[in-house]
Design a protein around this ligand. Structure first.
Ligand SMILES: Cc1ncc(C[n+]2csc(CCOP(=O)(O)OP(=O)(O)O)c2C)c(N)n1
Ligand SMILES: [Mg+2]
Length: 289
């Protein structure tokens, strides 16, 4: 049932240009929110946020059944952020959708702020408390089974990172998801080739990522996670595949959209001077669209 493929170049013409344009505009807004958050305290997981902005935009602004006015709607699709330190990206898209007030963004990472550097489920719109890596997929499996048993049929999306694939619990959950044929479960892994202490390939390689998921009985696709077109197509295909859980392996560039952050060698945690956040914002504004 599982298959490895790339959607690159396929079917782009079948996607309405206005849809792609509107999602590009949204993704840029999300990136702006990320920079405004980082500017507040002068630091944060900005590289991850900018790298994952297109993934969260495609999910929240297009694919997921999610109503920002009805956060407790029982039939909503669930987005589970395993990687709590990517909270900056989640808050940015929630702010774009009006769930989090824009004025609050600058409090990211500050004492008493709801916008913690590792996401907590007490913040509106956040489904699980992340931070301790390797637990999100197990929770996603439980929720996907719960969706089936309750007859609600919501979908569950789990966002993982490549460093997180080194956690053994992830693979126990992967086995269970395939065993129960959880076709309402879609996982996306951000392969940015980096973890806290350096390059994933140097510390403990996780490649070949898609082959591993295929071997575990998942339907696997590999795409450019900074291409809105590829994300929209891959999510649509994942939705249509039956009888197995689905993995989308997303290759992304840390710092995407801000040249000097894209070129940074150590990007796991970024701390720069206040005037540099201003130039980051200017670089973003100058970029397309
Ligand atoms: C169980 C657990 N072990 C260690 C950590 C510390 N930690 C936080 S982020 C991180 C890096 C994980 O890799 P990845 O998410 O790919 O890093 P990034 O791409 O964000 O640089 C680690 C080891 C943690 N949060 N949880
Ligand atoms: Mg990584």
């Amino acid at each position: 049932m599982s298959e490895i493929r790339s959607t690159e170049g396929e079917g782009r013409e079948s996607l309405p240009p206005e849809l792609i344009h509107s999602l590009h505009v949204r993704a840029k807004n999300v990136r702006r929110n990320i920079l405004l958050m980082a500017k507040g305290k002068g630091q944060g997981y900005v590289g991850q946020g900018l790298g994952a902005a297109d993934i969260l935009t495609a999910l929240y602004c297009h694919e997921m059944r999610f109503d920002p006015q009805l956060l407790d709607w029982p039939d909503r699709d669930r987005f589970l952020l395993s990687t709590g330190h990517y909270s900056i990206a989640l808050f940015a898209v929630l702010a774009e959708l009006g769930v989090i007030p824009r004025e609050e963004l600058s409090s990211y990472g500050a004492d008493e702020s709801r916008l913690e550097m590792s996401a907590c489920e007490t913040t509106p719109g956040v489904e699980i408390t992340g931070g301790s890596l390797g637990h999100g997929l197990s929770q996603a499996v439980g929720m996907a089974i719960g969706s089936r048993l309750s007859g609600r049929n919501f979908r569950v999306y789990n966002f993982l990172s490549d460093g997180e694939l080194q956690e053994g619990a992830t693979w126990e959950a992967a086995m269970a998801a395939a065993h129960y044929k959880l076709d309402n479960l879609v996982a996306l892994v951000d392969v940015n080739e980096t973890q806290a202490d350096g390059k994933v390939a140097d510390i403990m390689t996780v490649e070949p990522v898609a082959d591993k998921w295929k071997a575990f009985g998942w339907y696997a696709q590999t795409i450019n996670g900074n291409s809105i077109q590829e994300l929209v197509l891959a999510l649509s295909l994942a939705r249509s595949v039956k009888d197995s859980p689905k993995m989308i392996v997303c290759h992304t560039l840390m710092g995407k959209g801000v040249l000097f952050l894209e070129q940074r060698q150590k990007a796991h945690f970024i701390r720069v001077d206040p005037d540099e956040w201003e130039s980051a914002l200017s670089q973003l504004e100058a970029s397309n669209p």
